[in-house]
Design a protein around this ligand. Sequence first.
Ligand code: SAM
Length: 282
Amino acid sequence: MNINSFGVLYVVATPIGNLQDISFRAVNVLKTVDHIVAEDTRHSQFLLQHYSIGTPVMALHEHNERERTENLLKRIQTGKSIALISDAGTPLISDPGYFLVREARSMGIKVVPLPGPCAAIAALSVSGLATDRFLFEGFLPAKTTGRVQRLDALQKESRTVVFYEAPHRIVDLLEDMQTVFGAERQVVIARELTKVYETVRAGALSDILAWVKSDANQQRGELVVMVEGQKEATAESQQDFSKMLSVLLESLPLKQAVELTVKITGQKKNIIYDEALKIKGQ
Ligand code: SAM
């Protein structure tokens, strides 16, 4: 229900790097609304000038969202339409706007999405990881204790998990992930998507960590980190790795047999280790 005399609140996705990644409809809406509400008005000027959009721009960021919302809603109630944008991608996805959208909807104001770029979705679409079910975690806490706590809670997650991270914390994040998920877990880093230095790299956590540590360029720019979900041991796969383990244990020490089986099957180390102990009758 939109009260007839009310304006509309548009939530408009904008590019995450390449300025061409914006829809015709988004440009038209940004040109025709009464106001644009942007996270950082100076940052958005670059995009708005590129598309000759002269609409007045107001700031809405995490520090003024609550106080600004009341004023914005009043404007919409008097028939003005407003477009919400953020610095990059889809507003509200690790960006401001939640409070404004929630309040607008509760007042019966029509809220219209203009879909477009989102770093998480762009990254997932080229990751090669399972995308039928995934979990978006956004930014983890900046401090190690909080970060490890959140990772611990995700240790048994079977869906692909998507994180945003600041480049100066990428090494710490990968190190903590290796501790929690194990060195063999597959991870994909998507850096600088749609920009000149776009890089997407997949591999075992230990390999990706070594690569990021050895190349300072991989610790710059914007990145999305995706972790493969824990593989659930089906009865069939259990039988497969159990057979493989039995054969390897005939001629190799337990530790080596376990490591090889983990490498070949991608199964979690503790599951293989428990199975090895069972086979050995320990
Ligand atoms: N609302 C945005 C979206 O829809 O993706 C996300 C905003 S959040 C404040 C910024 C984070 O998104 C960055 O720290 C990075 O993790 C990710 N990001 C944004 N642009 C990116 C890009 N071009 N390549 C990779 N990651 C990006």
